[in-house]
Design a protein around this ligand. Structure first.
Ligand code: SF4
Length: 369
C-alpha cells in the first residue's frame, strides 16, 4: 500500500514525527503536493483547513485527516474525509494504516462518518522517535497544565506534561548543529509544568553538544518561569540572544478571564530580567479579546509600547479556535488609536505579527491561489 503525506508547510514537524512512527511499523511515507492513491494523509489547523477541504472531498485516494482542527471538529471533517485521527497520531496512525490494508474497522481514536470511539492510550514520547528520514525539531515535552481560554494545546494533548528523556533528546539533538526544541514551555522540562525542575533543565542543557536555542522558536516559555536562575541557564549554556514569552494582555482582569495563570507584573519582571542579562525579550500579545474593555486594550497597548523600547512585540488578533473555551466568542474590533499606534510601530520595525481581521487576512492571502 502506498502512503503519502500532503505537504503543508505548517505541519512539517508533524510529518517528521508521524513518518517516523509509521516507519517503525513498516510504512514509508513520502511527501506529495496533491492527493495520490492509495492513501494520502493531511494535518490541518483551523486557518488552513478551508484551503484543503475541497481537495480532500474530491480526492481519488483514501484520505486521512488529523491535526488540531480535525481533532476539535472531527464530525465536520468526517463528512469530507474517509478517516479522521483525533488527538495524538503516533500510535493511532500506524494502527489505522494496518486496519485499512487488512480491511478491518478503524482503531479507537479514529472518527468516520459512521462514528467515533475515543482512543484509550496516551503517547509516551520515549516510545516514538521525534523524526527519522524527514528531519524535524525534537519535541521534548507534550501537554500543558494551564488552560488559557484561546489555546488548543491542553485540549489536544491533555493537561499532564510528558517529557522525552535526556538520553533520547541528546541522541536526536546530536544530528543537528543548531538545536531547537518543540515544547509548550521550555523551562517546564522535566516538571509538572507548575513546579519547575530547573535542575533537570540544567542536566538537559549540559548533555547537549552544538548550538542550543532554548526558550525561543519553536519552544517559547511562560513569563512567570523567567527568573534569575532560568535566565542564567540560557546565558551560560545556549546560543540564543532572545527569550520569547507570552504576555497576551496588559490587563490583569483580562489575564484572569483568560485563565493565563500569571499577572502583568510577572511580564514586566520577566522583561527586566531578560534585559539585565543581555537577552532581547520577544513578547507575544493578543488584541481583540472578546471581554477586553477599551481601557483593557489601552493597557495592552501601553505594555506593547514599553516592550518595544527594549525588546520586540509580536501581535496577534484574537481568533476563536474550535475546541477551546472561547470557540464561540467574537473578536472585539480594535480602537482607532490602537490601529494607529500599531501601524507606526510596525513601520518602525518594532513589532511583527498580524492584527487585522483573520477573514480579511485569509481572503487577501488566498486571492493569489
Ligand atoms: S497558551 Fe501555553 S500555557 Fe496557555 S494553555 Fe496553551 S500551551 Fe499552555
Amino acid at each position: 500500500m502506498k502512503v503519502y503525506w500532503r505537504h503543508i508547510p505548517q505541519a512539517n514537524n508533524s510529518f517528521a514525527a508521524l513518518a517516523a512512527a509509521c516507519e517503525v511499523h513498516g510504512y514509508e511515507i513520502d511527501a506529495t503536493d496533491g492527493p495520490r492513491p492509495d492513501v494520502t494523509i493531511y494535518s490541518l489547523n483551523s486557518i488552513n483547513e478551508r484551503l484543503y477541504r475541497d481537495e480532500i472531498a474530491g480526492a481519488d485516494a483514501i484520505t486521512i485527516v488529523g491535526g488540531p482542527h480535525a481533532s476539535a471538529c472531527w464530525r465536520e471533517v468526517a463528512e469530507y474525509a474517509d478517516y479522521v485521527v483525533v488527538g495524538e497520531g503516533e500510535y493511532t496512525l500506524p494502527a489505522l494504516l494496518s486496519a485499512i490494508e487488512e480491511g478491518r474497522d478503524p482503531p479507537p481514536g479514529v472518527a468516520t462518518a459512521s462514528g467515533y470511539v475515543p482512543a484509550r492510550h496516551t503517547v509516551l514520547l520515549d516510545g516514538y522517535p521525534p523524526f527519522s528520514r524527514v528531519k524535524g525539531f525534537v519535541e521534548i515535552s507534550r501537554g500543558c497544565p494551564f488552560s488559557c481560554g484561546y489555546c488548543q494545546t491542553p485540549r489536544l494533548f491533555g493537561r499532564c506534561m510528558r517529557h522525552r528523556s535526556i538520553d533520547e533528546i541528546a541522541r536526536y539533538a546530536s544530528r543537528f548543529r543548531d538545536i531547537r526544541f518543540v515544547t509548550p514551555n521550555a523551562f517546564a522540562y522535566g516538571s509538572d509544568g507548575v513546579h519547575l525542575r530547573l535542575d533537570r533543565v540544567e542536566r538537559l542543557l549540559r548533555s547537549l553538544d552544538g548550538r542550543v536555542y532554548f526558550g525561543t522558536f519553536p519552544g517559547e516559555v511562560r513569563p512567570e518561569c523567567i527568573s534569575q536562575q532560568s535566565v542564567e541557564l540560557v546565558v551560560d549554556h545556549c546560543a540564543n540572544t532572545r527569550l520569547h514569552f507570552g504576555a497576551q494582555s496588559g490587563s490583569d482582569a483580562v489575564l484572569r478571564r483568560l485563565h493565563r495563570g500569571h499577572t502583568v507584573e510577572d511580564v514586566t519582571r520577566a522583561f527586566d530580567l531578560c534585559r539585565e542579562h543581555g537577552l532581547v525579550p520577544v513578547v507575544d500579545f493578543i488584541l481583540g479579546l472578546p471581554f477586553e474593555s477599551d481601557d483593557d486594550q489601552r493597557a495592552t497597548l501601553d505594555l506593547v509600547k514599553t516592550v518595544t523600547r527594549g525588546g520586540k512585540a509580536h501581535i496577534h488578533y484574537f481568533m476563536p479556535l474550535p475546541g477551546t473555551p472561547l470557540e464561540d466568542a467574537r473578536p472585539r474590533p480594535l480602537l482607532a488609536e490602537t490601529e494607529k499606534v500599531l501601524g507606526k510601530l510596525a513601520l518602525d520595525g518594532r513589532i511583527t505579527g498580524s492584527w487585522m481581521d483573520h477573514e480579511i487576512r485569509f481572503f487577501r492571502h488566498t486571492s493569489h491561489l
